[in-house]
Ligand binder design. Structure first.
Ligand SMILES: [Mg+2]
Length: 250
């Protein structure tokens, strides 16, 4: 029996500036059941406040406590360890880390930095990690979808630094089991009673299954034909979030 639903955002609720057909009603339906609802995103090109505003402007109704974002989790991790991070993150979210001391860095934070992923900056991140600085990744997504095309996300760049410096990144965000469990803990529901709905077979589905949750892949957003065959484990695969919510409440 499902007692909580976790929704990925991009590609599940909306694509670009438009809501996925039926998504608004599906979320409304989920929010009026006894199920606990959370929204779980690795989006790191806009701030948490901007995510909430974007969803509300589109017409989705949710409360701030229901939203879990990877950059917020990464910041909490940095603060808990008193790290001084070198922040290779998107210019839009740099302000979120402004109140953290970043002088003489002893850690590296990598998110989807877009055009800031240039040789000097990646090389500096490598040098820090090579000499012992922990590497923190905001998610490990391979790619995201924008304007009908797939584009490189933070994952390949995190992987490059891991490979070159022989280190293992601490991933805050999907598919990190710690991150999924942090969200699960907010519901007080057993992990096997949670359904994760996402369009990323690796970040959303594989991560949720490895965290002990049930999962449902939707064929919207970044989904590509055959994605459901890329991982092992049992999970549902449906056309969109509309069918996924029906599955959870049936
Ligand atoms: Mg997505």
């Amino acid at each position: 029996m499902i007692k909580a639903i976790f929704f990925d955002l991009s590609g599940v609720l909306y694509e670009g500036a438009g809501a996925i057909p039926g998504a608004m009603d599906a979320i409304k339906k989920a929010q009026t059941t006894m199920l606990q609802v959370r929204f779980v995103t690795n989006t790191s090109r806009i701030t948490r406040q901007q995510i909430l505003l974007r969803l509300k402007t589109m017409g989705f109704k949710l409360s701030s406590y229901q939203l879990f974002s990877a950059p917020t989790a990464a910041k909490a991790q940095i603060l808990a360890n008193n790290w001084r991070p070198y922040c290779l993150v998107h210019k839009n979210i740099k302000d979120e880390f402004e109140d953290i001391n970043q002088e003489n860095p002893n850690a590296v934070l990598i998110g989807d930095a877009e055009e800031d992923f240039c040789y000097p900056k990646l090389d500096y991140a490598f040098q820090l990690c090579r000499t012992g600085a922990p590497l923190i990744g905001i998610g490990r997504n391979r790619y995201f979808k924008h304007d009908g095309k797939l584009h490189l996300d933070a994952g390949p760049f995190i992987h490059a630094i891991e490979y070159a410096a022989s280190v293992k990144a601490i991933i805050m965000g999907k598919p990190s089991i710690d991150f999924f469990r942090q969200v699960a803990a907010s519901t007080r529901v057993k992990t096997n009673e949670i359904l994760m709905i996402g369009d990323d077979v690796f970040g959303d589905i594989d991560g949720a299954i490895k965290s002990g949750m049930q999962a449902c892949l939707v064929k919207t957003g970044k989904y590509q034909t055959g994605d459901e065959n890329l991982i092992s484990g049992k999970f549902a695969c449906v056309d969109s979030v509309v069918e996924a919510v029906e599955l959870a409440i049936s």
